[in-house]
Design a binder for this molecule. Sequence first.
Ligand SMILES: Nc1ncnc2c1ncn2[C@@H]1O[C@H](COP(=O)(O)OP(=O)(O)OP(=O)(O)O)[C@@H](O)[C@H]1O
Length: 253
Amino acid sequence: MSLLSLERFGVALRGREIFRDVDLTIAPGEFVGLIGPNGAGKTTLMRAALGLIAAEGRSSLAEMAPRLRAKAAAWMPQAREIAWPVSVETLVMLGRVPHLGAGQRATAEDHAATDAAIERMGLAPLRQRAATRLSGGEAARALIARALAQETPLLMADEPTAGLDPAHQISTMETFAALAAQGKSCLVSLHDLGLAVRHCTRLVLLAPGGGLVADGAPAEVLTPERLDAVFGIEAAWRDGEGGPIFQPMRVTR
Ligand SMILES: Nc1ncnc2c1ncn2[C@@H]1O[C@H](COP(=O)(O)OP(=O)(O)OP(=O)(O)O)[C@@H](O)[C@H]1O
């Protein structure tokens, strides 16, 4: 069983090929970090996989009816703008919409999922705050909570830890890892390779103009050669307590 399957998947934007011939399958229990330099196509790949932009090839999610897709995958976009001045609680509850029948009110189960997501993202003190009056990091946590409340088998998030303070970066990564340990899956784009190496079970590396160049365990993907060729950096890697410690050290070009 797979929660996402991309076959010979490709996207061109305004006539320019961003990537092509990408094959990617995500199974239950995986926490996949989608990594690559600016402009490599991480956002494009996730948006196209969800059917939000046109693509060539096949995406198992894009071919689903919207209502089924909303039960199969939750999506936290990179843009953090929240348009309506609803409370944080209401924003998070919006994650339950795919589970409600037409005109149906929220059930005890919907309230429980909302409460759990608010608790998990440390938003209890902000529960009644207008979502438009949150700081950037608080808004990110509220949008992650909305995706968690959706309780889908797959969670996809575009740079979810950007703008979060260190404690919330770590707890957010631990939340995704815990979902994977429960048999769900996460596909998350990340620029922080230290967080990616320490928490993800698998990394998928995109290179600008090169498409998918590596896919596997963090140590297999982030070889010194690839760090130099794709990111233009050198990094230190140590085995530490509770997982590897990865620190970019130097620009090589
Ligand atoms: N609407 C668009 N029209 C044309 N080109 C676009 C459009 N959106 C993105 N691109 C281009 O597609 C390429 C991939 O962009 P994308 O946002 O997917 O990269 P990314 O890996 O998510 O980058 P970042 O790490 O900077 O967020 C970039 O070169 C970008 O300029």
